[in-house]
Design a binder for this molecule. Structure first.
Ligand code: FAD
Ligand code: FES
Ligand code: FES
Length: 497
């Protein structure tokens, strides 16, 4: 028998809806298309890559509406509880007129076969409403970033970016934020969501104590955060998740705290917010931030999920480890803080006990004398998984390296440090010969795998070359600008027309 403490309740295009008997892993995309007949939202890949399913989700943050584009194909319906969902159907005027975003796409020839178009429209709409009522307008680079999660096989992107510029030139259509905020306040329930569907339960606790108690009671449950890894387990691997405990309704896990010595980032803070905060202290992270997946994935995914999943090709772990980050593991009985590197034991094996959760990640603030860089190598600039991810942190006294922390992703079964390389750096002057010795030492640290992303030879050679690039960028007598190339570079250029 299916039961719920209360139904899942949210706004769909401004109208309150309740979903009482919904499978916990029913995707928002299937729900929209099959249950609500909102078929504007399309399915291309069902794994967060193509953006055909892009919708915008709004929630109250500090009592104000925050709107963010996400991929409907890898969000589950109960995750919408208390939120506002907007689809392309919302944009049509009462008189059936097109929204400025849509009209601009028509006028700039931003659509051909049209399959990707609703997804592009929703990413652009998110941009439009964020800038409405302000004097700022996104430039072509910002528009390309906003569209980093949308693929089009027809247009070549330039006309779509033209439309992103042109959409602000039509008579403005304002979003009634105040009314949506009030609807969200009215809908807010003090009661946690608990669903049961067949033999599966779904819980969305509100308090940390409630979450850890549930975890202790159900150590085999699946902890669900942004669903950007888990969504693929369901859609692509058809995995049965068993009971699900959603962590992102717990306010304590959604805060970023600034202490004197470190930043404390709650496990349920989105990648977008976490990277924004961390990049303020470490501007060297800017490129990694832009290249981590795409805007919709960063809006949904969390730093806690990235760290807990601990993929050997994940992008946050190498530089977090190099910067001596720590992870706070909490259960109903205790809380302990360990160095992040100690979390990873073997491929998909970590040192968390079954009743623990990741509560937060602590990132030390930059130390005096720190020289730091992180690099990602992947086939595409945006929205691609790393073949190799490298992070180098040298703690220097003048020209001399006191200690070195070097960590890699893509080189072993877990993200991990390169101890032979570190030993070759410690105590030495930061010179060409030191860099060459450290590059050679890397050969003792790793025996990488061959796989579809890169051969072992490619990985070994590029790992050493990244270390050399780090040397060239940071040696005393020269600092090369970080180079950047994007698949969108051509699209960023002005329209010739
Ligand atoms: C299209 C696409 C592109 C991607 N690109 C990148 C990329 O460039 N770089 C990269 O590193 N990753 C990438 N990813 C992977 C993914 O986005 C990240 O790993 C993300 O940080 C996962 O966070 P989440 O909140 O979505 O986790 P979820 O999918 O919800 O969960 C992931 C894992 O973490 C566990 N978990 C979550 N929260 C907690 C917690 N608080 N305590 C204990 N366990 C917890 C879950 O049980 C699960 O095992 C990509 C994914 C997609 C779909
Ligand atoms: S269908 Fe491709 S990202 Fe969702
Ligand atoms: S218009 Fe055909 S895929 Fe974009």
């Amino acid at each position: 028998m299916n039961a719920a403490s209360r139904p899942v309740q949210f706004l769909l295009n401004g109208i309150a809806v309740k979903a009482g008997d919904v499978a916990p892993t029913r995707t928002v995309l299937d729900y929209l298309r099959e249950d609500q007949r909102c078929v504007g939202t399309k399915e291309g890949c069902a794994e967060g890559d193509c953006g055909a399913c892009t919708v915008v989700v709004g929630e109250l943050v500090d009592d104000a509406l925050q709107l963010r584009a996400v991929n409907a194909c890898i969000q589950f319906v109960p995750m919408l509880d208390g939120k506002a969902l907007f689809t392309v159907e919302y944009l049509r005027g009462r008189d059936r007129s097109l929204h400025p975003v849509q009209q601009a796409m028509v006028d700039c020839h931003g659509s051909q076969c049209g399959f990707c178009t609703p997804g592009f429209i929703m990413s652009l709409w998110n941009c439009y409403v964020d800038h409405a009522g302000t004097d700022t307008r996104p430039d072509r680079t910002e528009l390309a970033t906003a569209l980093s999660g949308n693929l089009c096989r027809c247009t070549g992107y330039r006309p779509i970016i033209d439309a992103g510029e042109a959409m602000f030139t039509y008579p403005a259509v304002a979003l009634d934020r105040a009314s949506i905020e009030q609807q969200l306040r009215d809908m807010r329930s003090s009661e946690s969501l608990n669903l049961s569907h067949g033999s599966i339960t779904y819980h969305a606790p509100r308090q940390l104590a409630e979450l850890t108690a549930l975890r202790e009671r159900k150590p085999d449950c699946t902890l669900l955060a942004g669903c950007t890894d888990i969504g693929l387990w369901v859609n692509k691997q058809f995995r049965d998740l068993g009971d699900i405990v959603y962590v992102c309704s717990v306010d304590e896990l959604k805060t970023i705290k600034h202490a004197d010595t470190h930043l404390r980032i709650g496990a349920a803070v989105s990648l977008s917010d976490a990277y924004a905060a961390m990049t303020r202290h470490y501007p060297q992270l800017q490129e990694m931030w832009e290249r981590f997946a795409s805007v919709p994935i960063r809006n949904a995914g969390t730093l806690g999920g990235n760290v807990a999943n601990g993929s050997p090709i994940g992008d946050s772990m190498p530089w977090l480890i190099a910067l001596c980050a720590r992870v706070v593991l909490t259960s109903s009985r205790h809380s302990r803080t360990i160095d992040l590197q100690e979390l990873y034991v073997d491929y998909q094996v970590n040192s968390m006990s079954p009743e623990e959760i990741v509560e937060a990640i602590e990132l030390p603030l930059p130390a005096p004398g720190l020289v730091f860089r992180t690099y990602k190598l992947s086939k595409r600039y945006d929205s691609d998984i790393s073949a190799v991810c490298a992070a180098f942190a040298l703690y220097m006294d003048g020209e001399r390296i006191i200690t070195a922390r070097v960590a890699f992703g893509g080189m072993a079964a877990i993200p991990r440090r390169a101890s032979a390389c570190e030993a070759a750096l410690a105590g030495k002057l930061w010179t060409e010969s030191t860099a060459q010795a450290a590059m050679a030492a890397l050969g003792n640290d790793f025996t990488p795998l061959d796989d579809m992303r890169a051969s072992a030879n490619y990985r070994s050679r590029t790992a050493a070359n990244l270390l050399y690039r780090f040397f060239l960028e940071t040696r005393a007598d020269n600092a090369l600008p970080a180079s950047r190339t994007s698949v969108f570079d051509f699209a960023r250029q002005e329209s010739p027309v």
